[in-house]
Design a protein around this ligand. Structure first.
Ligand code: ADP
Ligand code: ZN
Length: 437
């Protein structure tokens, strides 16, 4: 079984990789300068020209590009090739405001598919596999990205898109799907539906799942692995940099290898913009190296994570990023305290044994924030005595207070009362925003 999709690149020595990146960076900067007046102006404002960028050591001289710049340039302002050379448009799912569109030449699509093929191969996929793609197809990059990767690897591709969960399971069984690609929250829902239909993991042939597009905890991973009888791999990407496949997990499951031959990653302090040393936690910044239609130099993702360059047992030398546990703008400030939804998910799934179905509701009464966590009871919890449910509620409240330092009102809900997600889950309802805009 092939271990790597592109061994030469995935296991390249650091020196060779730096040389490759240096060469590509110089070209990519020139391409942007020559073709994207908006970014050229940002460079001029910073007093930088392409002649100043001779290697990746000069990267820090370049200005940042932010999501707001992309919105300002909508739709064609950052396009670096004539529109007639583009073959595809994709768009962000709009989780945090106005959508952003990205353009692709055929070569851009091929490189993107190739990144996804690396991810599928790292999850054990070969041309013997049946790959069920249950990410949404359409403008969202999840479906088209994994679809392209699956074709490259030669898997028999089942382009299911998301939704119609019972039919997903029927096809999964009838056609012996071995790999499932979707968001982690949809994978959890598929696992739940499988059980509700009276099946166990022994009734399906899945061996691996490739899940991404939203933050998910280790506890969520265990939950999904158990409910589907698989090994669950993480995959990361964003529309701006092409889509899923910017980084992917290997069998070691200790972070995602970044496809460094196509993207240079930096970690910066989100407040000062200062580049932080390797191993520091901060905002991930990407510079594309090969993109033709929509090249991005020093794009601030707002995703918070850590880069590590330790030896990996899989043999890949590509730098690894930890799971982003939320974007800087996912962070809630409740009663002055910083709260990431993923911290709450960890407590719920690990200490409480709850289902991954929960909702965080934040509101403001007068000048005081209110903070409620709605947690769905699992079927076996419902049959517990009221006393033991109360005890659980108390323990959960104490655990949350210990982790976050503030109290939350815990509301236990009936099984199946919190809406399920077929794409990215909506975990937070922040009613304060309604009053503030
Ligand atoms: P939107 O910004 O509208 O959600 P995208 O669909 O392009 O648009 O989403 C990209 C974002 O999704 C990333 O910036 C990141 O915040 C999140 N994301 C993608 N993959 C993962 C992952 N494996 N783990 C955590 N977050 C992820
Ligand atoms: Zn590895």
């Amino acid at each position: 079984m092939a271990k790597y999709w592109n061994e030469k690149v995935e296991c390249m020595s650091r020196e060779d990789m730096i040389e490759l990146q240096n060469e590509k960076l110089v070209k990519q900067v020139r391409h942007v300068w020559d073709n994207v007046p908006y970014y050229k102006k940002l460079m001029e404002e910073k007093g930088v020209t392409p002649d100043d960028i001779k290697s990746i050591d000069d990267l820090h001289k370049l200005p940042f590009l932010k999501k707001d710049d992309l919105r300002e340039c909508y739709p064609y302002g950052l396009l670096a090739v004539p529109l007639k050379d583009c073959v595809r448009i994709q768009s962000t799912s709009g989780t945090t405001g106005k959508r952003v569109v990205a353009f692709y030449t055929q070569n851009d699509v091929d490189l993107w598919d190739d990144c996804c093929a690396r991810a599928i191969t790292a999850a054990g996929g070969t041309n013997e596999d049946v790959c069920q793609v249950a990410y949404g197809y359409g403008l969202f990059t999840g479906g088209p990205g994994l679809n392209g990767g699956s074709h490259k690897v030669g898997c028999l591709t089942l382009p299911m898109s998301s939704g119609n969960t019972e039919r997903q399971i029927q096809f999964m069984r009838d056609l012996n799907a071995t790999i499932l690609c979707c968001t982690p929250s949809y994978a959890a829902y598929i696992g739940e539906t499988l059980r509700d239909m009276g099946y166990t993991p022994d009734d399906i042939s899945l061996k691996a799942g490739i899940f991404g597009a939203e933050p998910w905890t280790e506890e969520m991973r265990h939950e999904i692995e158990k409910s589907l009888g698989i090994k669950a791999y993480d995959i990361y990407g964003l529309t701006e940099t092409s889509g899923p496949g910017v980084s992917f997990e290997c069998s070691e499951q200790t972070g995602m290898h970044i496809n460094e031959d196509h993207f240079i990653a930096e970690i910066i302090d989100p407040d000062t913009g200062e580049v932080l040393p390797e191993g520091s936690k901060g905002e991930l910044v990407f510079t594309s190296l090969d993109k033709e239609a929509f090249p991005l130099l020093r794009y601030r993702t707002r995703d918070i994570c850590v880069l590590t360059r330790g030896r990996c047992s899989c043999g890949r030398t590509l730098v690894k990023m930890t799971k982003p546990m939320g974007r800087s703008d996912d962070m809630l400030i409740i009663k002055g305290v910083n709260v990431f939804p993923s911290q709450i998910e960890t407590v719920l799934l690990k200490d409480f044994g709850a289902t991954p179905n929960y909702q965080i509701v934040v509101d403001r009464v007068g000048t005081t924030d209110t903070f409620e966590i709605k947690v769905e009871l699992s079927d076996n919890m419902v049959s517990d005595t009221i006393k033991s449910v109360e005890a659980l509620e108390k323990k959960l409240s104490a655990d949350i207070q210990q982790i976050l330092g503030i109290r939350a009102k815990i509301t236990l809900c009936e099984p199946k009362s919190i809406p399920r997600s077929e794409g990215k889950a909506v975990r937070v309802i922040d009613k304060r925003k309604v009053y503030n805009v």
